[in-house]
Design a protein around this ligand. Structure first.
Ligand code: IVH
Length: 484
């Protein structure tokens, strides 16, 4: 047994435990979803390669995190498991192959296709139509009793009186926040899912009720009588019983069609009222689901087809022109907010005038945005198929939007070409925006690095005063604020 490998494995497990705590217990992750998934993947790869590596905290054994001590616990009568992920067609073909192998026949499969809502799952126990318990997922085996908090959500019925409602049932679904509502509270949370998770786990349900949480139902756990042939029939019943279900649920018959549906859906995801991070495909026939059963942490009959974590589509609402320290005019697309790998993006750079021309980017276009690593999100391309009629070409301003001066593109004598970047030719302090950016740069980490005063803090100090005053006054105010 290699000691280094074991140490490396244990280090990764400890790291994962730490991040699980940040995510599930404190509801405030410190790394991105992508980094978290990478860590999980590394652990699973190590286990695959070195079969002697084992831990009770391995992601192959665990979903979620042990319930917090703040709430009483509830043992789920049917485990609340996770879903395996697919990223491309090949993964889906393999998923179906495994189903055929397990069944030992090539069955004709229909899939119930549902958006994978990026929220927090919850389980609601109804006995004789009354909501008795509302529980979080916890570690999948035991959850936290958060009934009072869940009862503050208007989409959750407290009583169901339909004659065909099972006598004893755990209804499961996702608690989430609509994107519009998130915009109003976004200062306090990284993304809508954290907001949902944080508010659900408040000790006082009055706090929960202040956040406009929603609940979409999509499956059942324990069920006393199951008369439903298909998942799609169950979804229809959920609606008739008064639960909110997704308006985007579909039944689809082949992998080819699933892939096509996914491609189309990815392009309209930004227009949905809530965040989704993929689509869930479930074998529609419930009897087949029963036969297929579960592996240790996921059903064999369902898979999540994720959207990319580094790009997404959105619509350009406007194009702002920003003036930089060197006078460069940088066009920035204001887009409908879209979640890319756990970060809500509403601005994407268009680089410069030439890029806009070359890609023929127009306000109102649907565009593909990339956000990879720490790089500023940028517009990759226009989806021309989605272009609405009569969108006018974007006219790049020839005057500086800050000071109104002339702008120029420098001529490069060597390449015999004009520079791609247009610049304001007004000298520094005479153009307010250039002045602000220069001073921001001067005090920032990249220059004299005033301790504790980053670009953000600097913006706070400069903020409101700048727009009205002259250049001398700027310097005076600055020194008064910064120097002791
Ligand atoms: S079914 C046993 N359907 O995704 C399978 N899950 O990664 C139970 N989710 O824990 C899940 N939308 O929180 C299912 N339409 C949907 C879903 C969905 C979102 C979440 C859920 C689950 C996680 C799995």
């Amino acid at each position: 047994m290699n000691k280094n490998i074991k140490q490396d494995y244990q280090k990764k497990i400890d790291e994962l435990k730490k991040h699980n705590k940040f995510y599930y217990e404190n509801s405030s992750p410190v790394i991105s979803d992508k980094e978290y998934d990478k860590l999980k993947r590394q652990i699973l790869d190590l286990e695959k390669e070195h079969i002697y590596l084992k831990s009770n905290f391995s992601p192959s054994k665990n979903v979620g995190f042990k319930p917090s001590k703040n709430f009483a616990k509830y043992k789920h009568r049917e485990k609340m498991l996770s879903l395996s992920n697919a990223f491309d067609e090949e993964d889906l073909i393999n998923f179906e192959k495994k189903i055929f192998n397990f069944l030992n026949e090539k069955a004709y499969l229909n899939y119930s296709v549902e958006p994978k809502i990026d929220g927090i799952s919850a389980s609601l126990t109804y006995k004789n139509g009354d909501l008795i318990y509302g529980v979080s997922r916890g570690d999948g085996k035991e959850g936290e009793i958060i009934t009072e908090n869940l009862k503050t959500i208007k989409d959750i019925p407290h009583k169901v009186r339909n004659s065909n409602f099972p006598k004893d049932i755990e209804i499961r679904g996702e608690v989430y926040i609509n994107k519009d509502d998130f915009q109003k509270i976004k200062e306090n949370f990284a993304n809508p899912r954290n907001a949902a998770s944080g508010s659900l786990r408040q000790k006082d349900s009055k706090e929960t009720s202040k956040i406009p949480l929603k609940f979409i139902a999509y499956t059942f756990g324990f069920i006393s009588e199951n008369k439903f042939k298909n998942q799609s029939d169950f979804l229809k019943e959920l609606k008739s019983w008064g639960f909110l279900t997704s308006e985007h649920n579909e039944v689809i018959k082949s992998i080819n069609e699933l892939v096509y549906f996914h491609q189309q859906f990815e392009k309209k995801r930004f227009d949905l009222k809530y965040d989704i991070d993929g689509l869930v495909y479930k074998v529609n026939n419930i009897q087949l689901q029963r036969r297929l059963g579960f592996t240790s942490n996921a059903p064999r009959w369902a898979i999540a087809h994720k959207f990319s974590a580094d790009h997404a589509y959105s619509e350009i609402l406007n194009i702002d022109i920003q003036v930089g320290r060197t006078g460069a005019l940088t066009p920035v697309a204001k887009v409908k907010p879209v979640n890319i790998g756990g970060v809500v993006v509403s601005n994407a750079t268009l680089h410069n005038e030439d890029e806009i021309l070359r890609k023929d980017i127009r306000i109102g276009d649907t565009v593909k945005i990339e956000r990879a690593g720490d790089v500023i999100p940028h517009v990759l391309e226009v989806d021309l198929k989605k272009r609405k009629e009569k969108l006018s070409k974007f006219i790049f301003p020839t005057k500086c939007p800050s000071c109104g001066s002339k702008t120029e593109k420098e001529y490069n004598k060597i390449t015999k070409k004009f520079d791609a970047v247009r610049r304001c030719i007004n000298e520094s302090f005479a153009c307010e925006k250039i002045a602000i950016e220069r001073i921001k740069h001067f005090i920032s980490k990249d220059a004299i690095n005033i301790d504790g005063l980053g670009k953000k803090g600097c913006r706070k100090i400069l903020g409101f005063k700048f727009y009205k005053i002259s250049s001398r006054y700027i310097q005076f105010e600055l020194s008064k604020n910064i120097l002791p």
